[in-house]
Design a protein around this ligand. Structure first.
Ligand SMILES: Cc1cc2nc3c(=O)[nH]c(=O)nc-3n(C[C@H](O)[C@H](O)[C@H](O)COP(=O)(O)OP(=O)(O)OC[C@H]3O[C@@H](n4cnc5c(N)ncnc54)[C@H](O)[C@@H]3O)c2cc1C
Length: 371
């Protein structure tokens, strides 16, 4: 049971944000900008953010050429370009907020690999078309064909084409989130970890913690930024979890490439982290098993990633896998972010679909605008 003091000082807030990942932090930050004197708390059930934000690959990306073309087919040119613009704006906000150093951002660019016969080589006409429609955002032709680099990078000759995006960067997600939490504290926003929200009724949140037991917190407004875990609190939400398996190698002397890379419609992604290679994805190999919020290794996928690393990415290099982990993404039905009022005091906000680093700061602004 909470004490008299805890009840008086720690259990009532103007704003409660649930989830201290990049979205929860971005929402709390925007709330402080709009409401300089309000009481704001972020409730996080993990010791760290425990979903995607400190488990991801750390790509600051806008979408690969084939993905943007696919989105144009699916959503129309205007909507697809708008999504790229949202990512651009989100990454601009993030960079203004933290600078290069606090995220350890490196500017090696991003690449899409066209491998085997699954996807056709992208014609120069298609690349020119994309560069033209994206010109208002990037102000220069952002994609180019870098296929001559394939052998220099040491990839196998299964790689048929390499499409380069000069704007993409790579960050250290652990550093970014450490600095985000510090920034919130400087802005007089409280973060309570180990605070597992079990239920919400009206403006009352029912929580549990192993040490504290059951307790409640009251809020004027509640913003749920629990990403893929939303169905635990609001079962009918149209959000599906997608688990991502990630592996990282030992340090490799003379690693022949730097930057971020993705292939097979973004289902596979890899990058250098210093002299190491981080490689993740292949959810499509075992889709149903990976539609889960459970943090568990999938041996089938991990072995497959190791095979791809040997066959395609590092065919001429000895390496060892030093570490592996999982993160949980949230997916909406239509690939678009969600800003959804659930009732007069509660809102759900999700940037989703494996692009939260880029989208969260932008989507948070929209969410808080309407509050
Ligand atoms: C393997 C992997 C690779 C990725 N790579 C990239 C990338 O390179 N670039 C990119 O832009 N995006 C990437 N993403 C996606 C990106 O990481 C996410 O879109 C983003 O982190 C989502 O942030 P979030 O704050 O919405 O969710 P999360 O980071 O999942 O945060 C949700 C938080 O809510 C907390 N929570 C949940 N339920 C409760 C509860 N009941 N009570 C209290 N707290 C609760 C969780 O503990 C968690 O900390 C990747 C994701 C994964 C998994």
């Amino acid at each position: 049971m909470l004490s008299f003091w805890e009840n008086n000082s720690l259990s009532k807030y103007d704003f409660v944000v649930v989830g201290a990942g990049i979205m929860g932090c971005s929402v709390a930050y925007e709330l402080r900008q709009k409401y300089p004197t309000s009481s704001i708390v972020v409730l996080e059930r993990g010791v760290f953010p425990t979903g995607a934000s400190t488990k991801n690959a750390g790509f600051m990306c806008y979408g690969s050429p084939t993905e943007i073309l696919h989105d144009i087919d699916l959503l129309g040119e205007q909507k697809a370009i708008e999504i790229v613009w949202q990512r651009f704006e989100g990454l601009k906000i993030l960079t203004e907020r933290f600078g290069i150093d606090k995220m350890d951002a490196t500017n090696f660019g991003g690449n899409e690999l066209i491998i085997g016969d699954k996807l056709p080589i992208l014609s120069q006409d298609k690349i020119d078309y994309l560069n033209t429609v994206l010109l208002p955002i990037f102000k220069f032709p952002v994609f180019s064909d870098f296929s001559t680099k394939v052998s220099e990078y040491g990839f196998s000759n299964a790689v048929k084409q390499l499409l380069f995006c000069a704007m993409e960067k790579q960050i250290d997600s652990g550093k970014l989130m450490t600095h985000y939490w510090k920034l919130l504290q400087e802005k007089n926003i409280q973060i309570i970890t180990g605070a597992n929200v079990k239920n919400i009724q009206g403006n009352i949140l029912y929580l549990n913690n192993d040490a504290t037991g059951d307790f409640v917190i009251a809020a004027e407004k509640i913003v749920l930024c629990t990403n893929a875990f939303i169905n635990e609190l609001v079962p009918e939400m149209p959000v599906k979890p997608g688990r991502g398996q990630v592996i990282i190698t030992n340090e490799i002397e003379n690693l022949p490439f730097k930057g971020s890379f993705h292939f097979d419609e973004g289902f596979y992604y890899f990058r250098n982290v210093g002299k190491r290679v981080l490689f993740g994805g292949a959810r499509n190999l075992d889709f149903e098993t990976e539609q889960t919020t459970a943090f568990e290794a999938n041996a089938k996928i991990i072995n497959h990633l190791i095979d791809k690393l040997k066959e395609i990415i590092l065919p001429n290099t000895n390496f060892e896998i030093e570490h592996y982990w999982q993160g949980i993404m949230g997916f909406s039905n239509n690939k678009l972010p969600i800003v959804m009022p659930l009732n007069s005091c509660t809102k759900y906000v999700m940037s989703c679909n494996g692009m939260g680093v880029a989208l969260s700061p932008f989507v948070a602004k929209i969410a808080v605008n309407g509050m």
